[in-house]
Design a protein around this ligand. Structure first.
Ligand code: HEM
Ligand SMILES: [Ca+2]
Ligand SMILES: [Ca+2]
Length: 350
């Protein structure tokens, strides 16, 4: 078959597969400097990754089959109709990153859906250990707000969350685990009203398997106040554990997949690379999109002074709540030193 040959050299000297990709290099330079504070994997990057999920997952063929509007998926609706969607309960706190992203969309004249996907991919590329991210363009602006009730909450059951992602994109329970790898570069600002920036693992600036290791350790205390909806006890001071992550780590349908990422960087990166692209294409026809992945920076390696998977200082195999019935938990080294206290990551402007 004939292949469309549109390779082009951009004004910065880069070669791209499609000439239309060149325009995104200006967007890249701008957001790396002025949104991500010099290509950091900090709070703005984390929130840009979360925004991809909350824009994209709001699509429901089940609602459509009842004759209702089911949302447009990765259509930028969360920015175009932010007055509506950022008031949905699971979207709490996303108004901040929406307001930070809006001026870049205006300035560069791109669609909100494309921008959200781009910012998410660039944000991931700033986190050492991340896959080489893909980025496709072509999302038309959303025409209406997504309906409420489509974004998973940390107090939902495993059944509810599996059926939600299955409806949204025909994702199965293994793919649910893959997408939750994003919680390796994440913190919570609004689950505990008394303290912001509580990370989900001890390495929130690195896309590694520590989220999967540390969620499997016995919870011992709350990092701030107790009794918050959707939160359970975590193993480390300063660390937040969501009830949903705890349940999915221990459910017989998902526990072995959860454990499979421990000590297995190649599986972690390939599964996440695949599922992130799929999320950014929900509601779109991938064949009608343009591949602009050449614009995404080359991913950075994990720091080589720490093992890829480890027990935080003070923790051993005795702290693991083994949930996978088929395979023993991998043997890991314990980092030296006193018990790890996880650093807070304050939200932008805090
Ligand atoms: C499927 C079930 C999921 C649930 C119940 C869930 C829930 C949550 C909650 C409650 C927070 C904390 C929000 C806050 O208080 O600031 C959070 C943060 C986050 N989530 Fe999820 N999430 C899910 C899946 C995902 C997926 C699939 C992704 C991305 C692909 C994602 C990316 C993130 C990121 C990056 C953060 C950190 C944001 C920050 O540091 O500011 N989550 N999630
Ligand atoms: Ca949307
Ligand atoms: Ca991490």
């Amino acid at each position: 078959a004939a292949v469309k040959e549109k390779r082009a050299t951009c004004s910065n000297g880069a070669t791209v597969g499609d000439a239309s990709s060149c325009a995104w290099f200006d967007v890249l330079d701008d957001i790396q400097q002025n949104l991500f504070n010099g290509a950091q994997c900090g709070a703005e990057a984390h929130e840009s990754i979360r925004l991809v999920f909350h824009d994209a997952i709001a699509i429901s063929p089940a609602l459509e089959s009842q004759g209702k509007f089911g949302g447009g998926g990765a259509d930028g609706s969360i920015i175009l109709f932010d007055d509506i969607e950022t008031n949905f309960h699971p979207n709490i706190g996303l108004d901040e990153i929406v307001n930070l992203q809006k001026p870049f969309i205006q300035k560069h004249g791109v669609t909100p859906g494309d921008f959200i996907a781009f910012a998410g991919a660039v944000a991931m590329s700033n986190c050492p250990g991340a896959p080489q991210m893909n980025f496709f363009t072509g999302r038309a602006p959303a025409t209406q707000a997504a309906p409420d009730g489509l974004v998973p909450e940390p107090f939902h059951t495993v059944d509810q969350i599996i059926s939600r992602v299955n409806d949204a994109g025909e994702f199965d329970e293994l793919e649910l685990v893959w997408m939750l790898s994003a919680h390796s570069v994440a913190a919570a600002n609004d689950v505990d009203p008394t303290i912001q920036g509580l990370a989900f693992d001890s390495t929130p600036g690195v896309f590694d398997s520590q989220f999967f290791v540390e969620t499997q350790l016995r919870g011992t205390a709350f990092p701030g106040s107790g009794g918050n909806q959707g939160e359970v006890e975590s193993p480390l001071p300063g660390e937040m554990r969501l009830q949903s992550d705890s349940s999915i780590a221990r459910d017989s349908r998902t526990a072995c997949e959860w454990q499979s990422f421990v000590n297995n960087q190649s599986k972690l990166v390939s599964d996440f690379q695949f599922i992130f692209l799929a999320l950014t294409q929900l509601g779109e026809n991938p064949d009608a999109m343009t591949d602009c992945s050449d614009v995404i920076p080359i991913s950075k390696p994990v720091p080589n002074n720490v093992p890829f998977s480890f027990f935080p200082a003070g923790k051993t195999m005795a702290d693991v709540e083994q949930a996978c019935a088929e395979t023993p938990f991998p043997t890991l080294t314990t980092l030296p030193g006193p018990e790890t206290s996880v650093q807070r990551i304050p939200p932008p402007g805090a």
